[in-house]
Ligand binder design. Structure first.
Ligand SMILES: [Fe+2]
Length: 308
């Protein structure tokens, strides 16, 4: 496995406008499991097959968006080493004490050049997926709504995507899987990067405003599950941005939709497995429509404009 010490996206803290409406949506429509509430009023969720205590945290605020995105690392030793590596790279880091987030150990927090707050952590309590570790059943019948397998990745928007990409490549060992090039054939409009065998663990698009969220994505097992997710969205009158369709980039089958606060989320399945000996894929800007929405072959108005 081309693991780098950074294991995977581990948590995203999202701002919501109305907590109870949002808890209903994230529990009964998206189908995450609520795992706790803390003193500050934040509500914690996990997807059914995730083993750690939480992957989505909601905080009530007066505007939507993402507070921070966290990556789980392999061990406390890796956490210390990556903190040192960030400082050596010229990045200021901050320690968030263990327990500041429920069931989560100490976190190393930093700002990326695109203005986004990222975190690394090594410890989050294992609560399991309800199936046990000994001779488990195949899936848990106690599921509501869309019920994704896991929180999978995020797409962020900001100005200096070169700086953020380089930081993740040079400090954490992420690798670029795909890029979209602007007309000059040099400048990246978008970059997709991985720390695993996934086609992307984080993606970024060049945008005039920093610290913006395009979407947080949740993985489903099959195309049938993606179609079922679209049915559940219609049954609940969820605002759908686009889909079900397929991305040319990563080849994932997708739906973009909005939570009640206007945060864009994605449910998707598929995409190829990536290995470090694979060649990077490049898309010219003239093909960006097919790259993002393979069937429509054009971007919709919202893709570039609507971010939180
Ligand atoms: Fe995505």
């Amino acid at each position: 496995m081309p693991m780098t010490g950074v294991l995977r996206p581990g948590h995203a803290q999202l701002r919501v406008l109305d907590m109870e409406e949002s808890v209903h949506f994230y529990t009964n429509v998206l189908g995450l499991k609520e795992t706790g509430r803390d003193k500050s009023g934040r509500v914690y969720f996990k997807a059914w097959d995730e083993r750690d205590h939480n992957s989505v945290i909601l905080r009530q605020a007066d505007r939507a968006g993402m507070d921070f995105f966290g990556f789980k690392v392999e061990s406390k030793e890796v956490l210390e080493n990556l903190d040192k590596a960030l400082k050596a790279y010229g990045v200021t880091t901050e320690r968030m004490p263990a327990g500041e987030m429920m069931e989560t150990g100490e976190r190393v927090r930093f700002k990326a050049p695109t203005g986004h707050t990222f975190e690394l952590y090594a410890e989050k309590n294992h609560v399991g997926n309800g199936l046990g570790d000994f001779a488990p059943e195949a899936w848990n019948p106690d599921q509501k709504g869309i019920s994704p397998v896991r929180m999978d990745h995020a797409l962020i928007y900001g100005k200096d995507i070169d700086g953020t990409r380089k930081l993740f490549e040079e400090v954490f060992g992420f690798r670029v899987t795909e890029r979209v090039k602007l007309e000059d054939k040099t400048t990246d409009l978008a970059a997709f990067i991985t720390c695993s065998t996934k086609a992307h663990d984080l993606a970024m698009v060049r945008h005039g405003e920093d610290d913006k969220l395009h979407h947080v994505s949740f993985r489903l097992d099959s195309w049938e599950q993606v179609l079922r997710a679209a049915d559940i969205m219609t049954m609940n009158r969820v605002s759908i941005d686009i889909g079900p369709t397929r991305h040319g980039i990563t080849r994932g089958a997708t739906i973009y939709f909005f939570d009640p606060s206007g945060n864009r989320l994605e449910t998707f399945c598929g995409g190829y497995e990536w290995y470090p000996d694979m060649h990077e894929i490049t898309w010219p800007v003239e093909e960006v429509g097919r790259a993002i929405f393979y069937h429509d072959r054009k971007l919709n108005e919202a893709f570039l404009a609507v971010v939180t």
